[in-house]
Design a protein around this ligand. Structure first.
Ligand SMILES: [Cu+2]
Length: 135
């Protein structure tokens, strides 16, 4: 009985360690990447181009070949969270830089919501970036 109990305890401790190790590894992976705006100000209009850079924070290097979705762009920064605009992906012209075309009809602050799937990483990287449309 005593042996049985201690074996169970050992297994429980081991399982706990494994669970903790897995959870922190997953979180560390996706948190190692960052989005940044190539330009914080973009020209207001139908064909506003928004470019974001995806980098690996551990190396500072650009990350190409990620699948990025611009899930939403809205004017939440200017108190107009319900004011959205159409946005579509454009072909990349530089590795690690992801470009979108948006119909930014109004000058002011816009919040871009991004979701990314990275090769070899579990989970989805979700970030929001604030840019400014200028006349
Ligand atoms: Cu607005």
């Amino acid at each position: 009985m005593r042996i049985f109990l201690s074996t169970c305890a050992a297994i429980a401790v081991l399982a706990g360690l494994l669970a903790v190790g897995t959870a922190s590894a997953v979180r560390a992976d996706i948190e190692d990447y960052a989005f940044s705006l190539v330009q914080a100000n973009v020209k207001q209009g139908n064909d506003a181009i928004v470019a974001v850079r995806l980098t690996d924070k551990r190396t500072g290097k650009a990350v190409a070949d990620a699948v990025i979705f611009a899930t939403r762009i809205d004017m939440a920064p200017d108190g107009m969270a319900t004011m959205t605009a159409p946005i579509e992906a454009l072909p990349a012209t530089e590795p690690g830089v992801y470009r979108f075309k948006a119909n930014l009809t109004m000058a002011g602050g816009w919040q871009l919501s991004l979701a990314a799937k990275l090769q070899g990483e579990t989970g989805t990287l979700e970030r929001k970036l604030v840019l400014k449309a200028v006349p």
